[in-house]
Design a protein around this ligand. Sequence first.
Ligand code: CMP
Length: 148
Amino acid sequence: MERTLILIKPDGVKRKLSGKIISRFEEKGMKIVALKLLVLSKEKAEKHYAVHKDKPFFKGLVSYIISGPIVAAVIEGTNCISITRTLCGVTDGAKAQPGTIRGDYSMGIEKNIIHASDSMESFEYEWPIYFSPDEVLEYSSGDEELIF
Ligand code: CMP
């Protein structure tokens, strides 16, 4: 079964939206297999966003993502990488469709509530920044045949 990484960013945690956001993925049918609240180190933030290191927004992005607690989760489900991106909406909250997480809760491009891996390669790179292998659980929710 496919997995993806989501981060509820400091704006989402401070605005107390974590529960609502996690519910969207659970209600869609995805299963949480790893979950934690943490403050990211600068080193880990720079590693996560290394692909953007030459972009003008890199410094601001790093200082923002380490500015407060984030929720990191690995969620699982068939095609969950692309489905998760659809549920999140486009990067810029001002342009995201109503009904998506960013469309409903964000008005900005930097403070855009949530991050989700954009590909299998990104997921494989990103998840070990947040979790050790023993923190990512294997279990059956028992409702898979009703959902997939
Ligand atoms: P995320 O999905 O975490 O991936 C990279 C992040 O960079 C993105 O969400 C935004 O938070 C941020 N970002 C992308 N483009 C810009 C931009 N033009 N200005 C500021 N931040 C940006």
